[in-house]
Design a protein around this ligand. Structure first.
Ligand SMILES: [Mn+2]
Length: 402
């Protein structure tokens, strides 16, 4: 992976001519995107517009960084007097920051503002400014470049999606094959014994499948049954007992361990018979999903997509959060979000979204309806936005009763 061309273009458009990052790269998606290097400790990444980037890493990481990073020019802290600068500071942590300032000074200079990400550490910013460096935090530079996926990124997301669909099929099969006991409690067979089917058991099916395929669930896979599902991000407790005739929301968002990409999908199923209100919710959500998939294409505003979804669901008789309305049931969230090195990234399809969708954005389309007495109903696909429409990366069928 090399530095994406878009980063330079966006920097230039914003009138900036250099950039500086100092971070580890497992949590910081921008740092991994720029460097292509996975490191648990901070390192320096900097570049000027139109020039090749430079990475400066601690001694221990030097040989690995030279082999693995997407950056050609990799140097060691020792090329920049690391020991001497740190020793001269009252505290090694402050010394480390003075070291970053010294590198930035040498490579980028104090004359022009240096772009840093909004998440740039405040303390480091203070040290840089005290050393006469000008830094300028700006939104949506690297994040904006990340929104438009290159073919290898889409390939990575497709792999996670495929794995996730395999896991979801297995989980749904477990629910579908469950026996229905007293009060609708679901039971499964485990080691010859009849056991209550708990959320933890279903989640374990997901997690094992992920691990077998080089993926991992970093958050908890959402398995929210019955009224609990009325909170869109209620994950479901391991000891929650699954029951027949209730909606079970399965919102799945693993990531690939190797290349760090996520995918995201939701299916809602009922073991047995869906009640009339549940079926009505399902049909309205499905209609909203279909309308959104028909309308989505490059150039459409995210807010327009959300308004379209409001229209469909309001017409079906449900309340929505249109205009910032506080509601206790109905459609309570945005239509979708970008997915990539973070499970939630840009572009957004909420009412406040200002920029148009672009070709090769990867976004979710996930209308949902929520009722504290009934639970949640959400259908989420992940799609690639194209010039004329979209390419649905989700192949998994949509089926309410199982
Ligand atoms: Mn989602």
């Amino acid at each position: 992976m090399t530095v994406k061309k878009d980063v330079d273009r966006i920097l230039a458009e914003k009138g900036l001519d250099s950039m500086l990052f100092y971070s580890e790269s497992y949590q910081n998606a921008n740092m991994y995107y720029l460097s292509g290097f996975k490191a648990p400790d901070p390192f320096i990444f900097l570049k000027r517009v139109g020039e090749d980037p430079l990475m400066i890493v601690n001694q221990m990481e030097l040989s690995r960084a030279k082999k693995e990073a997407g950056v050609k020019d990799v140097r060691s802290y020792h090329d920049y007097n690391f020991m001497q600068i740190v020793r001269s500071a009252p505290d090694p942590k402050v010394g480390g920051m003075k070291f970053v300032a010294s590198v930035a000074n040498k490579e980028l200079g104090t004359r022009k503002p240096i772009f840093v990400a909004p998440s740039f550490p405040t303390m480091l910013g203070d040290v840089l400014r005290s050393e006469d460096l000008k830094i300028k935090p700006v939104f949506d530079v690297v994040e904006k470049a990340r929104e438009t996926k290159e073919p290898e990124e889409i390939k990575a997301i497709k792999y996670v999606q495929k794995t996730m669909e395999e896991a979801t099929s297995k989980a749904i099969e477990l629910v579908a094959n469950a026996e229905v006991g007293a009060n609708g409690t679901l039971f499964c067979r485990e080691g010859g014994k009849r056991k209550q089917l708990l959320v933890g058991r279903v989640r374990s099916v997901f997690d094992h499948t992920f691990v077998d395929r080089g993926c991992v669930s970093e958050g908890e896979t959402i398995i929210a049954r019955g009224p609990g599902g009325a909170d869109p991000h209620y994950t479901g407790k391991a000891e929650d007992i699954l029951k027949a005739d209730q909606p079970i929301v399965m919102d799945v968002f693993p990531r690939s361990v190797g290349n760090r990409y996520f995918s995201d999908m939701t299916r809602t199923v009922v073991k047995g018979r869906a009640s009339k209100p549940v079926r009505k919710m399902f049909e309205a959500v499905l209609e909203a999903r279909n309308a959104a998939l028909d309308a989505i294409r490059a150039g459409v505003l995210g807010s327009k997509m959300q308004n379209l979804c409001y229209d469909v669901l309001e017409k079906a008789g449900y309340e929505t959060i249109r205009g910032g309305k506080q509601i206790s049931k109905g459609y309570t969230h945005g239509l979708g979000h970008g997915v990539g090195l973070e499970v939630h990234e840009g572009p957004s399809m909420g009412e406040l979204a200002k920029s148009p969708l672009e070709e090769h954005n990867i976004v979710t389309v996930e209308p949902g309806l929520y009722d504290p007495k009934i639970g949640g109903m959400r259908i989420e696909d992940i799609v690639e936005v194209t010039k004329k429409g979209c390419n649905d990366l989700t192949k998994m069928e949509i089926c309410l009763e199982v």
